[in-house]
Every structure is written in C-alpha cells, then in structure tokens.
Design a protein. Structure first.
Length: 98
C-alpha cells in the first residue's frame, strides 16, 4: 500500500471481501494488521476527471466489474476521499491478479 502526499493511492495484492453495487471492499495486510478499504467505482467519471474506473483482466485486456469476485486478488489505483468516514478510494483502475 502506498499513499502519496496528494492522496493518490496504490494498493497491491488486495483481497476482495465483498462487491456491492459500485463499491468493492478489499483488505490488505501488513504484518499482523489488517486494513479494510472501500473501493468506489464509476463507469463514466469522478468529479473533474472525465473517465471512469478502468478494469483490466488477468491477461492485461479490458475487463469489467463482473470479473471481480469475492476472493479475487486485485491491484487498485485511485484517489483517497478525505471526506469519507472509512478509508475510501475513488478508483482509476482495478487490475485483476487472481
């Protein structure tokens, strides 16, 4: 997990815990600590950005939300929402690893 000073986030090898509408909940571990993240997806835009969340399948080709299942391992890039009560990322991309 990497969070830059400007709020950009990179989560590598996060495990999908649930998929509910436009939200994916993932967990990452660091030592004995377990972190849960809400991944907010959008198919058209986020704020001033005119693109939605891109999904990339295991082969590096265009994927979709239906490819993401509980237990999947993903890498997520996006922007941290500073106003959210829980760690929430507006996802630019979700890449399916397993």
């Amino acid at each position: 997990m990497h969070i830059a000073n400007n709020g950009l986030v990179l989560l590598r090898s996060a495990k999908v815990v649930s998929v509910d509408g436009n939200n994916i909940t993932v967990s990452t571990a660091w030592g004995s600590a377990d972190f849960k993240w809400i991944i907010r997806i959008d198919t058209s835009h986020f704020d001033k950005r005119n693109f939605g969340t891109r999904f990339i399948d295991r082969d590096g080709k265009k994927g979709s939300l239906v490819d993401v299942q509980v237990g999947s391992i993903v890498t997520v890039t996006g922007a941290l929402d500073p106003a959210a009560q829980e760690p929430t990322i507006d996802a630019d991309s979700v890449r399916l690893l397993k």
